[in-house]
Design a protein around this ligand. Structure first.
Ligand SMILES: Cc1ncc(COP(=O)(O)O)c(C=O)c1O
Length: 362
């Protein structure tokens, strides 16, 4: 294999070089043998500075205005699939807007806790477009949507226009990739392993007003570990947090701010995605069936009309230094994940490779 040009993995995914270097430097043994940040107590002063700085940076980047509790949890989005209905759907039925694989998983988990409804689903289109929301029942506990469906490559440009029920978003694969109206949401969650560093940390935001609706009796009937309010009272330290992931997330926040902030990243991310979609759309060789207005800026799934060529594509791409392009096993095909750390030059190299592959095999 030649030198690695880029790692297009969907998550865990590439870190910016500068962040990887900072972390590597921070782990080097020192002359005085002082411990690194991942070798000290999460309750001590050294890690306390990381925790405070991370909360401040996240609050700044999300432009939170004091109306939300910010939790730094473990368990990934999968834990939130269960924790959310455990806390908020004991009295009323939640609704799930389905735009792909992850929404289906969130719904399946809610159904283990109680009844849940689909409202609505784009499954009949093969998840190639966002469905229109024709009916909202104001008795729903909440309406859950997946901001960006990482596998199907379908993304909401803005949150659904719903104001009569609490709106909750799984933002795992687009978190901090662009400015987002976080304060308009009653709840949101995202694993850090795509745009914010490494696996082990889950960012959760919950509106204080909504949290006040959880009946006290219910709070005592669930395991403390799943009770959001117990996590709030313990400053997200009910148990030992994933200190390494917190530290990397802080360095990622600093990198985002030093890179010009979310507006700048958004423009770069859109440019990168535009290059790959343009390459697909002018060709009869590659295919992306998602309607243009619903296409993801973060994850571009694509297929080769002749599917037998896909494994050769992955093999040759790896040899050319372009890693992580195999599609998710649920849908097959190929996928380029274009998170914050992916540079435009890497995307140009990918497009060049795609054109060359088409020229040879098309
Ligand atoms: C949109 C979305 N939701 C949920 C998940 C699951 O996340 P986790 O593995 O952190 O539970 C993923 C993982 O790729 C995802 O992309």
């Amino acid at each position: 294999m030649s030198e690695v040009i880029a790692n297009f993995s969907a998550g865990p995914s590439a870190l910016p070089k500068a962040v990887r270097q900072l972390i590597a430097d921070g782990l080097q043994p020192t002359m005085d043998a002082s411990p690194s940040l991942i070798e000290v107590s999460h309750r001590g002063p050294a890690f306390g500075e990381v925790a405070d700085a991370l909360r401040e940076a996240l609050t700044r980047l999300m432009m939170l205005d004091g109306q939300h509790e910010l939790l730094l949890l473990q368990g990934g989005a999968n834990q939130q699939f269960a924790q959310l209905p455990l806390n908020f759907a004991q009295q009323q039925t939640p609704a799930y807007l389905l735009t792909g694989h992850w929404g289906e998983k969130a719904l399946a988990e809610a159904e283990r806790i109680g009844p849940a409804v689909v409202a609505p689903s784009a499954a009949d289109t093969g998840y190639t477009r966002l469905p229109a929301i024709d009916k909202v029942d104001d008795q729903w506990a909440y309406l859950h949507y997946t901001g960006n469906e990482t596998i199907h490559g379908v993304q909401f440009d803005q949150p659904p226009d719903v104001s009569t029920v609490p709106l909750v978003a799984d933002l795992s694969s687009e978190f901090l990739s662009r400015p987002y109206p976080y304060t308009a949401l009653s709840g949101f969650y995202a694993g850090a392993q795509k745009n914010l560093g490494v696996a082990g940390l889950t960012i959760v935001g919950l509106s204080k007003e909504w949290l006040a609706d959880i009946p006290k009796a219910q709070q005592h009937s669930m395991p403390k570990f799943f009770d959001y309010r117990a996590w709030i009272e313990s400053d997200s330290m009910l148990n030992t947090p994933a200190t390494f992931a917190w530290w990397v997330a802080l360095e990622m926040c600093r990198w985002i701010e030093n890179s010009g902030g979310l507006t700048t990243l958004d423009a770069k991310n859109r440019q990168k995605a535009g290059r790959v979609y343009a390459c697909i759309d002018v060709s009869d060789f590659y295919l992306n069936p998602v309607e243009h207005a619903s296409r993801s800026v973060m994850n571009v799934p694509f297929w080769i009309h002749d599917k037998t060529l896909e494994s050769e594509f992955v093999k040759e791409a790896e040899r050319a230094g372009l890693l992580g392009l195999k599609g998710h096993r649920a849908v097959g095909g190929l996928r380029a994940s274009l998170y914050n750390a992916i540079e435009d030059s890497a995307v140009m190299a990918l497009v060049e490779f795609m054109r060359e592959f088409e020229r040879r095999y098309g």
